[in-house]
Ligand binder design. Structure first.
Ligand code: C2E
Ligand code: CA
Ligand code: CA
Ligand code: CA
Length: 278
């Protein structure tokens, strides 16, 4: 028994070392990428199913750093949160998004709502509000053009403070979206607490939508509930025509996913906008 235990422990310890090493390498990758300007932003369209227009675009971070390219950006973000590098990364995301939007605005493009992911770490201090107000002013951007997405798990640590910050952002005109809805705990209480402008149904529910009756019920219930509280609903991760058809039948108003478009480099997304503005 003892040998077995030791073996298990050795394997566990080896795993830990691997994980720590990975984290150190990713941390180094992030520092390098910041220094060498190896981050960029992609934009993924969110389509209005009634008008067919691009109603919104989600901003997604990407890196061309040789090491980081092999790692999913979600993991990169997690390491950035653990090491405090998230503040520098987010600052990059904010500034770059606003300066891109400013350029589009100046060239007369009709812009959809631009939706930026916020991490839990940023919601720990009210400073984020001041920073954002300074930045939108500097870039001559109307707060109402911007939405912030956050997950329910980002809110559990201090729901009071988080909802205060979110409410303040809303008072200044920013939109708030609840991301990955349905995957966290006590989804309903968060809904009532923060009064989001948008609810994004997690892609795990969309994935098996056409075969899973429970998910169909869930999606249509979330849809109705959102309607009642005046929030917009986005179905995430739409990958097939069958899913899209079913979402139309359910009456879900907005969709996002590879079936409509992958996340696009800013320049390519700009061409999309040009097409729609014409
Ligand atoms: P998320 O906020 O849930 O973002 C949506 C993710 O789903 C993106 O993954 C997107 O590329 C992917 N996706 C879109 N359509 C489909 C589809 O049809 N099928 C599938 N399977 N996936 C689809 P991505 O870009 O890898 O980002 C992963 C996560 O990293 C994001 O999840 C978000 O939590 C985080 N993230 C990305 N960019 C940022 C950022 O700028 N700031 C922060 N704080 N987090 C970010
Ligand atoms: Ca998101
Ligand atoms: Ca999501
Ligand atoms: Ca997610």
């Amino acid at each position: 028994l003892e040998t077995g235990g030791n073996k298990a422990f050795r394997m566990f310890a080896a795993d830990m070392t691997d994980a720590n090493q990975d984290q150190l390498l990713i941390e180094k990758g992030i520092r390098d990428a910041i220094e060498r300007n190896e981050f960029s932003l992609h934009f993924q369209p969110i389509v209005d199913l009634v008008t067919g227009e691009v109603a919104c675009a989600e901003v997604l971070l990407r890196s061309s750093n040789a090491y980081l390219q092999g790692i999913s950006i979600g993991v990169v973000i997690q390491v950035a949160e653990k090491t405090g590098l998230i503040h520098e990364l987010s600052s990059y995301v904010f500034k770059t998004t606003f300066s891109i939007i400013n350029g589009w605005k100046n060239s007369g493009l009709h812009l959809p709502l631009i939706s930026i992911n916020l991490s839990a770490e940023q919601l720990k201090s009210e400073d984020v509000v001041i920073d954002l107000l300074d930045l939108v002013e500097a870039h001559q951007i109307d707060a109402a053009m911007i939405q912030f997405e956050m997950t329910e798990t980002a809110m559990v640590t201090d729901i009071e403070r988080t909802s205060d910050i979110l409410r303040t952002l809303q008072n200044y005109g920013f939109h708030i979206a609840l991301d990955d809805f349905g995957t966290g705990q006590s989804s309903l209480s968060h809904l009532l607490n923060i009064n989001p402008d948008t609810i994004k149904i997690d892609r795990s529910f969309i994935h098996s939508l056409t075969t899973n009756r429970t998910n169909q019920l869930l999606v249509s219930t979330i849809n109705e509930l959102s309607r009642k509280i005046g929030a917009k609903v986005v179905a995430e991760g739409v990958e097939t025509q069958e899913q899209l058809t079913m979402l139309m039948e359910i009456g879900c108003p907005y969709v996002q996913g590879y079936w409509l478009s992958r996340p696009l480099p800013a320049q390519v997304f700009e061409d999309w906008l040009l097409l729609f503005s014409a």
